[in-house]
Design a protein around this ligand. Structure first.
Ligand code: GLU
Length: 287
């Protein structure tokens, strides 16, 4: 963990961040809605501006965005998340449209076109479809488009769902051979215990691979990402996402989406959030 950060080059963030040319950013519902059922205008604008800044530096970015279901519930006047698949599909269908409408107008102000890409678990499980998915994202890069990816919740049913966008973002990072995955949530990384409950909980700044200890923390001591009562953010899906990408040689950072300029700070190697470093560098993976 942190104490080993400097004993070998690959145990430092700077080793992994020296040439990030392709980035996947996953933004969770909480960051986009701040706990409401509508998009938080300043929160979304802030993410769009940060991604545009990174793009201006020549980095290709895929945005994996949640929020469709929450925003759809608001638009349909539903106080609670429906339990029926049909209700969730309807909310996702309505909300995805609102989400893309916002992204289109906000990215347009930065002169960046956006492209919607919706996937189901089947697109990732079948080799040929997975390759097609990666190719589609690569084509969007060629046209200077910012791909905005979400699960196709309006046609997905339980048994064919990826189910969470942390896992989806990890598969996206693999499909485009990203140099880094940034997962933005509402805590500043993984803590030794839930910081909402334990005042002495300490942030874990650096993890190599995904240790059994960190998995155990995410399953038990720091299981949710939010203060009790606010929602169901789960740490375990984020740690699983880290497991998926680090196994492919791609690092991941889990950080607080509401922190000022967080994407740039992560890329600059600031000591924020939790950095998950792969056990082996990416060049080794490519061989
Ligand atoms: N795809 C869901 C949505 O857009 C979110 C899933 C997740 O947050 O992990 O509402």
């Amino acid at each position: 963990m942190s104490s080993r950060e400097n004993d070998k080059p690959r145990h430092s963030r700077s080793f992994w961040l020296q040439s990030v040319r392709r980035l996947v950013v996953k933004v969770g519902t909480s960051t986009l809605t701040r706990g409401t059922q509508t998009l938080d205008a300043s929160g979304v604008e802030d993410i769009v501006r940060q991604i545009s800044d990174v793009r201006a530096q020549g980095v290709e970015v895929v945005l994996v965005s949640s929020g469709a279901i929450a925003v759809g519930l608001g638009r349909l006047g539903l106080a609670r998340r429906p339990t029926s698949i049909g209700g969730l599909q309807a909310a996702a269908s309505v909300g995805q449209n609102l989400l893309m409408h916002s992204y289109e107008s906000l990215f347009r102000a930065h002169d960046l076109p956006v492209g919607q890409v919706l996937v189901t678990a089947g697109d990732l499980a079948d080799r040929r479809r997975y390759v097609n998915f990666g190719n589609a994202l690569n084509s969007l890069f060629e046209f200077g488009v910012v791909p905005v990816v979400n699960e196709n919740d309006s046609v997905s049913v339980d048994e064919i769902r990826v189910g969470d966008n942390d896992t989806l973002a990890a598969h996206v990072a693999n499909a485009v051979e990203a140099d880094l995955l940034i997962v933005l949530t509402d805590t500043d990384g993984v803590f030794t215990a839930d910081p909402h409950t334990f005042s002495d909980a300490a942030r874990i700044p650096f993890v190599e691979g995904v240790s059994a200890e960190v998995t155990c923390i995410a399953e038990e001591r720091h299981a949710t990402t939010r203060a009790p009562g606010l929602g169901t953010g789960r740490m375990v899906t984020k740690v699983r996402a880290a497991e998926i990408v680090t196994a492919s040689g791609i690092p991941m950072v889990l950080a607080h989406g509401a922190e000022e300029g967080i994407i740039g700070r992560v890329l600059d190697g600031a000591d924020v959030g939790t950095f998950f470093a792969p056990a082996a560098p990416r060049s080794a993976r490519r061989k």
